[in-house]
Design a protein around this ligand. Sequence first.
Ligand SMILES: Cc1ncc(C[n+]2csc(CCOP(=O)(O)OP(=O)(O)O)c2C)c(N)n1
Length: 328
Amino acid sequence: MKNNYEPDGATQVDIYRRMALLKANDEQSRRVIKTGRLLMPYYSYRGQEVIPSAVSANLTDGDYICTIYRGIHDMLAKGLPLKDLWAEIAGRVDGTCKGKGGPMHLTYPSKGIMVTTGIVGSSMPIANGLAWGSQIAKDGRVTVAYFGDGASNIGAFHESLNLASVWKLPVIFVCQNNQFAEHTTYEKCTGGKQIADRAFGYGIPGYRIDGNDPIEVYATAREAIERARAGDGPTLIEAMTFRFFGHVFGDADGYMDKDRKKAAMAADPLPRFRAKLVADGHSTEAELAAMEETIDQDVEAAIQFALASPFPDIAEIRRDIYEHEVFI
Ligand SMILES: Cc1ncc(C[n+]2csc(CCOP(=O)(O)OP(=O)(O)O)c2C)c(N)n1
């Protein structure tokens, strides 16, 4: 999409700050598992940092996001505090859900982080519900639904686009097309030329963009968010990117073409954007190095905080839990 919404220098540095935070957090996540410091199911988002960083730069704390198991980057970019994140990952009482959600079911409503779901495609109908609530309350909030390319083949994707279109809901569907579903390539399981084209069938705008270009993601998201806030309804954004690692930590990733993976890693958007910020005079090498150093320290401090936090006690286990009887 071409529009005049190029972010100013300070916003570009802010987008980079979020990207650097996501990268550092991913590297530490894989390190803690490898060293046995902490065990968890982990879905690396390395390679996809640009998308939520540039989208979130257009959102307020009041705006909502719904995301998926591969969504820690979406939440950190939206402002999830590191200590709350790591305490939840470690199952401790100081976590976002008092240790009862774990790394795949994080929420943090005060920053608009409403749902993390492991059910492929289900971030979209939930996002519609939140957006419908905002429409009724006239509270001016928008909701971003993040999901993967594989999820665009699930019925809920189509139902959600249709309903959001009919009701003109203030929702933005952001597909992070990382070229792979679980252990399958995008080409092997997705019909049609591009996912963005599916928006046409529901009468809403759809854009395929370079999801590794922070300026393009920012500008496209801003237009879609303004459209939603103005009451003009939803937009589908298909942001092209590449996940650097297997589906889940420990995945042998034999289905990932080695040359494509090598090329994607060589085109890592982080060093590219970092060099551009310095070349354009928006920041200096020393300032960015200091920023990265602080981020590394913050991530390590959050892990230490989490490991020192207690587990929830027995009384806490059943609090805030929806339960129903199961008859066998
Ligand atoms: C309804 C449903 N079907 C199947 C699965 C198993 N599954 C988990 S992740 C995944 C792949 C999803 O790929 P994509 O939507 O592209 O997201 P990505 O993991 O690439 O971010 C599948 C099939 C599931 N969790 N939920």
